[in-house]
Write a protein of this length. Structure first.
Length: 508
C-alpha cells in the first residue's frame, strides 16, 4: 500500500512541484477543497478527504478534516497498529493556514476576520508536530525542497526542525488572534505577541552578540517598516538610533504644526543637534551647529522630502553620517549621496512613513521576563505659569519645542533651546544639576536669552540658580517637588518665567 500524505494549503506557491515529489516517492495524496482542485488542474491525482473519511464537508466547508480517521492517522505510531484499523498512518502533512493576518490588515470586517480563523489546520499541525518522529509536518513552502529530497529517509534533525517550526507557526497564528481581540484594553493576565523575523543582523550592540529584527503584524510601522533605498545593511545600533531620531523629529514637527522643516541629529540614542527653519538645508546647518563634534557619525532625520540642496549640505567636506531618514528622497538628492566619495557609498538612506502619534505597548526584556508599558505619546495636558513673570509668546513656543525634545533624552534630561535650534543637552546624569551644567556648558554664551526644559521636577533650587547665572530666561518642568515653593521663589528673585506641566518624561 502506498504511503499517505495530506495537503491543505492557502499559500499554493510551490505545491505542485512538491506534490510531484511525493508521487515520485510512491505517496498517495489526500487533499481538500481549493487545494484539491488546484492539484487536479495541474495533473496531480488526489483523493478527497471526504472520500477517504466517508463524511462530506459540512457547514459550507468549515468542517472537513476534523475527523477521527485524519487525526488517528496523524497521531498513530507504527507500534500502535494491529492491522485491523479503519485508518492509515499519514506520514507527511503539508498545511498552511487561512490568511487571518492578511484579512485583518486589509481592513476587513470583524465577521470576515473571524471567518478566516482556521480551526482544522492548527489542529492537524499540532497533532502532526506532536508525532514528528513519524510525521513530516511542513508549514512553510521554503522547506519543500529539503523535505522532498529527504522523503525516503528523513533524519531526526530535520524532523525536529520541522516540529519546532510547526509549533511556532500555530503559536504565532494564535497570538495574532489574541492580539486582535485584545484590542487596546487594560493589561491582560496573559499577554501574547507575535513577532516575525524581518532580517538577521551582522551582530547586536557589540560584535560578540547576535542580533535580528522582528516585526509585529498589527503594530503601525515606523523606522522598522522603512524602505532602505541606499547604503550598507543597518546595524542593531543604527536601528535604535534611527528609531529615536524618527520619533523625536515628528514630535517636534507636530509642535510646529508642520509649518517649519526641522532636522535632528542623534548620537547614541540622544539628540546632539536639532534645528528648524523654513529651508531644510538651513535646518540641517543649525542642527549640526548644536554639537559639531558629536554630530560626526550621527543619524540625521527630516520629517519631509529630502531635496538636492539639502543633500549637498549633508555631504559637504568634513561631514560624515551613518544614516539619513526622510519621508522620501528625490532622485537628484539620492544621486548626490551615491556619487559622494568615501562614506557616501555606505550611508544608509531610509524612506519611512510618519509614525502615528498614538501610544502602543512598549516591551523591554529582562532575564526571566519583560517590562511592558504604554509608549510615552502624551502631549502637555497642563500649562501653568507659576512665577510672577510669564513667558512671552515666542518663549512659550520655544518652551514647547524644548519640552518635546527633552522627552526623548535619557534621564536625568535637560534641554536648552533658542528660537532656532537646540543649544545644549544634559543626558543620563545621576543628579539633575549636573545635567543642567552640561547642557549650559554646551550652549555657552548662547544660553543668554534661551529657555530650558527638564524632564522631571527640580528637587533643589541649585539648578534654577545655575540656569539664571547662565542667562536662561524661561523654564519648563513638571513641578511636584516638596521644594516647589522655594524653587518658585528663587525663580522669581532671578526674574525667570517658569511653567509647570504636571507631567514628567523619564526615559531610562
Amino acid at each position: 500500500m502506498k504511503r499517505l500524505a495530506l495537503i491543505s494549503v492557502t499559500d499554493k506557491s510551490g505545491i505542485v512541484e512538491f506534490a510531484n515529489a511525493l508521487l515520485r516517492n510512491d505517496f498517495e495524496i489526500l487533499s481538500t477543497g481549493g487545494t484539491a482542485k488546484h492539484l487536479l488542474d495541474n495533473g496531480i491525482p488526489v483523493t478527497s478527504v471526504s472520500e477517504y473519511t466517508g463524511m462530506p464537508e459540512i457547514l459550507n466547508g468549515r468542517v472537513k478534516t476534523l475527523h477521527p480517521k485524519i487525526h488517528a492517522g496523524l497521531l498513530a505510531r507504527p507500534s500502535d497498529l494491529k492491522g485491523d484499523e479503519d485508518f492509515r498512518r499519514i506520514e507527511v502533512l503539508v498545511v498552511n493556514l487561512y490568511p487571518f493576518e492578511k484579512t485583518v490588515l486589509s481592513g476587513a470586517s470583524k465577521e470576515q476576520c473571524i471567518e478566516n480563523i482556521d480551526i482544522g489546520g492548527p489542529t492537524m499541525i499540532r497533532a502532526a508536530a506532536k508525532n514528528a518522529e513519524n510525521v513530516l509536518v511542513v508549514v512553510d513552502p521554503a522547506d519543500y525542497r529539503e523535505v522532498s529530497e529527504n522523503l525516503e529517509n528523513p533524519c531526526e534533525k530535520l524532523r525536529e526542525r520541522l516540529r519546532a517550526k510547526a509549533f511556532a507557526h500555530t503559536a504565532y497564528y494564535d497570538s495574532l488572534i489574541a492580539e486582535y481581540f485584545r484590542g487596546d484594553g487594560d493589561f491582560p493576565e496573559i499577554l501574547t505577541f507575535g513577532f516575525r523575523l524581518r532580517q538577521r543582523l551582522r551582530y547586536g550592540e557589540n560584535p560578540h552578540q547576535k542580533g535580528g529584527v522582528y516585526v509585529r503584524a498589527f503594530e503601525p510601522k515606523g523606522v522598522i517598516g522603512a524602505n532602505q533605498v541606499w547604503g550598507k545593511e543597518l546595524s542593531y545600533n543604527n536601528f535604535l538610533d534611527a528609531d529615536a531620531a524618527w520619533e523625536l523629529i515628528w514630535d517636534v514637527h507636530r509642535v510646529f504644526e508642520m509649518r517649519k522643516k526641522p532636522c535632528v541629529i542623534v548620537k547614541h540614542g540622544n539628540p546632539c543637534g536639532l534645528g528648524w527653519s523654513e529651508q531644510p538645508e538651513l535646518s540641517f546647518q543649525r542642527a549640526k551647529e548644536g554639537d559639531p563634534i558629536s554630530a560626526f557619525g550621527g543619524i540625521v532625520a527630516f520629517p519631509f522630502e529630502l531635496d538636492e540642496k539639502t543633500a549637498s549640505a549633508i555631504t559637504a567636506k568634513g561631514n560624515f553620517f551613518e544614516v539619513i531618514i526622510c519621508t522620501r528622497i528625490v532622485p537628484e538628492a539620492l544621486n548626490i549621496f551615491q556619487h559622494r566619495s568615501g562614506w557616501g557609498q555606505d550611508v544608509r538612506i531610509l524612506e519611512a512613513p510618519e509614525p502615528e502619534s498614538t501610544s502602543f505597548l512598549a516591551l523591554r526584556s529582562m532575564r526571566g521576563g519583560a517590562l511592558v508599558q504604554e509608549y510615552d505619546s502624551k502631549d502637555i495636558t497642563e500649562w501653568r505659569v507659576v512665577t510672577e513673570k510669564s513667558p512671552t509668546s515666542e518663549q512659550s513656543h520655544t518652551l514647547r519645542v524644548a519640552w518635546a525634545i527633552v522627552k526623548h533624552v535619557k534621564s536625568n534630561a535637560i534641554t536648552v533651546c533658542n528660537s532656532e535650534r537646540l543649544l545644549g543637552v544634559g543626558a543620563g546624569q545621576m543628579n539633575r544639576v549636573q545635567s543642567v551644567r552640561l547642557a549650559l556648558e554646551s550652549a555657552g554664551e548662547l544660553a543668554k536669552g534661551a529657555v530650558l526644559a527638564s524632564d522631571a521636577f527640580f528637587p533643589f533650587p541649585d539648578s534654577i540658580q545655575e540656569a539664571a547665572k547662565a542667562g536662561i530666561v524661561a523654564i519648563i518642568q513638571p513641578g511636584g517637588s516638596k521644594k516647589d515653593e522655594e524653587i518658585i521663589r528663587v525663580a522669581n528673585e532671578a526674574g525667570l518665567a517658569m511653567v509647570f506641566t504636571g507631567m514628567r518624561h523619564f526615559k531610562h
